[in-house]
Ligand binder design. Structure first.
Ligand code: GLU
Length: 567
């Protein structure tokens, strides 16, 4: 008895030969087959529940805040399950490519501590990790699909497709390449072969077995199970330039890179029926899918997606440049990733954020609302918890990249800067002056003479109701006895007695009862000295500022102010 294969049985021996001939004509130099690929990229040996997840950016510009969020989640899911997180570059849309932006994405992820186990710079066993370098893999798969009649060449021109679209519009039927509109499906194979040999241009389409009248059951790890309409479109899998489309490339890559969970943005949800159909057609196990929520923004009361055109905070570089501490920003992203994160944080204020286990069922479904004010407040809390050494080191690291003037100031006397950073740090209620590294310098710049001098060139913000003579008297009185060898409260008592001596009330309450009797109260008195030594009405804790400046600098600054007032 002669055994015949399924293809021979289904399509007849001639058709099978023709399919093979077409496949050979399209890919004359492809010699490998699917079995070879399965051997080159074997199943990963990982614990049973370990997830293999990925981040698959296109090199189209910059790392979007939504992508950082998606990578953070994907990375955590992999790591907390003992699995693998990899990063592949999806660069098959050559028109949209911005060169170098792929590497930039890895650099920015690394700043947040998100380092893939395998990626398009460091490589790995399932590479290459750049789609444009994986053509040899896609070709094998498409060749196999052609041989098995799962795909076919399509010779339609743009004009043909436009005409078809117009016809479909008039007929009010679904647009696209399907059923009776999939005209190239019907070209006799002999003709197809002749056209290829003739050099006619073509794309390759998937031969969808689907029907719009059918529903399929979808399961998404975040969104649960629901029905969607089956795909009936013969989508393009290989473009005219020989590169694959996203739908097809992700299928091949996630299969041969052995992803177990495809974590990606929710905009891909609508294409899921195509992707599942492709996996089934190939006879490959479907990965699980988790469509992550978009990051939304409230814009005049309406929710919309964070947009790279309208919102500076849509780019991760915005947070890097401003110097939001990585720890604060990651903490914020965890609050929008899982609804139970904040409750956990309250219970575990000191714990490492990655002790928290992300879960799919605690992810928001309707888009995570981005709140810059909350980013600031979380960042303030985190920065306040840094030790003096840590904030000194991280502020310097940031300044070197983004504010070189500030970096040179810090480096001019690192222990001086360290002392400034130590002000009211630690203890029960640490001071929360800074939300980001770029907040530091404008608050403390006056501590450095060259910047203090700039303030002194402008109008000093003394109370205009006070006579110059009163101000000068206050300054001379303090200058005579800065009293910085006293502890903070004794020093303040001393200040009060000087205030009294100069005609200011030592108590705000007393002053309010009898305003006419005084020039002002203790706060007004201290403000005069503060303005003189800093050029500003507000500074971090004044006592410590004075101690760090030291008697000599204080005296110089006060004398300079007096001279200016006398001009
Ligand atoms: N390259 C796709 C994008 O940038 C990624 C989709 C995916 O993660 O599968 O949108």
């Amino acid at each position: 008895m002669i055994m015949i294969s399924y293809i021979q049985y289904r399509y007849g021996v001639n058709q099978m030969n023709l399919n093979q001939e077409i496949a050979n004509a399209v890919f004359p130099s492809v010699t490998r087959n699917l079995t070879d690929l399965e051997r080159i990229y074997p199943a990963r040996s990982l614990p049973v529940n370990a997830m293999v997840t990925r981040f698959a950016p296109s090199p189209t510009g910059f790392l979007h805040t939504g992508s950082l969020f998606a990578s953070l989640c994907s990375w955590r899911y992999a790591k907390q399950s003992g699995g693998v997180f990899f990063c592949r570059l999806e660069d098959t849309d050559t028109k949209r490519e911005i060169s170098g932006s792929g590497n930039q994405v890895l650099v920015e992820l690394a700043k947040y501590g998100i380092i893939p186990d395998e990626d398009f710079v460091s490589g790995g066993a399932y590479g290459p990790y750049v789609q444009s370098e994986r053509k040899f893999i896609y070709d094998v798969v498409i060749k196999d699909m052609l041989e098995n009649d799962l795909a076919y060449p399509c010779f339609c021109t743009h004009e043909d497709l436009d005409a078809m679209r117009r016809k479909q519009e008039i007929l009010k039927v679904n647009p696209g390449y399907y059923g009776e509109y999939a005209v190239c499906r019907l070209i006799p194979k002999e003709q197809v072969l002749a056209k290829i040999k003739n050099g006619d241009s073509f794309v390759i389409r998937f031969k969808s077995p689907g029907n719009q009248a059918h529903k399929i059951l979808i399961t998404d790890l975040i969104r649960g199970s629901f029905e969607m309409t089956e795909n009936d479109q013969d989508i393009v899998i290989m473009k005219g330039d020989g590169l694959p489309t996203y739908h097809f490339a992700h299928l091949v890559d996630d299969h041969f890179m052995r992803s177990t969970v495809v974590t990606r943005g929710e905009e891909w949800m609508a294409s899921l029926p195509i992707h599942l159909q492709l996996f089934d057609a190939m006879g490959w196990d479907r990965p699980k899918y988790a469509h992550l929520p978009d990051i939304m923004k409230l814009d005049e009361g309406t929710r919309r997606k964070l947009s790279k055109r309208k919102d500076p905070e849509a780019a991760v570089s915005f947070f890097l440049k401003a110097g939001y501490p990585f720890e604060g920003f990651l903490e914020y992203l965890m609050t929008i990733a899982n609804t139970n994160f904040e409750a956990w944080r309250l219970q575990n204020p000191e714990a490492n954020i990655f002790d928290f286990r992300l879960s799919f069922d605690k992810m928001t479904l309707d888009g995570a609302l981005f709140d810059l004010e909350k980013v600031k407040s979380i960042s303030k809390d985190r920065l306040a918890l840094f030790s003096t050494g840590t904030i000194t080191e991280k502020a310097l690291e940031w300044a070197k990249l983004y504010q070189p003037d500030f970096a040179s100031v810090i480096e001019s006397d690192i222990s001086y800067f360290h002392a400034i950073m130590a002000i009211e740090r630690g203890g029960e209620k640490p001071r929360k002056d800074y939300a980001k590294y770029s907040d530091i310098f404008p608050i403390i710049d006056f501590m450095y003479d060259q910047y203090y001098d700039q303030y002194m060139k402008g109008e000093l913000p003394f109370n205009p109701n006070l006579a110059k003579t009163v101000i000068i008297n206050v300054l001379n009185t303090y200058n005579a006895e800065p009293s910085l060898d006293l502890g903070e409260s004794e020093w303040f008592e001393k200040l009060k007695s000087m205030a009294t001596e100069c005609g200011f009330s030592p108590s705000v309450k007393e002053y309010k009862k009898n305003k006419e009797a005084f020039y002002g109260h203790i706060g007004d008195f201290a403000e005069i000295i503060r303005i003189s030594v800093s050029g500003k009405k507000n500074t971090p804790n004044f006592y410590y500022i004075l101690k760090i400046l030291g008697i000599e600098k204080i005296s110089k600054r006060i004398n300079k102010t007096i001279a200016l007032l006398k001009e």
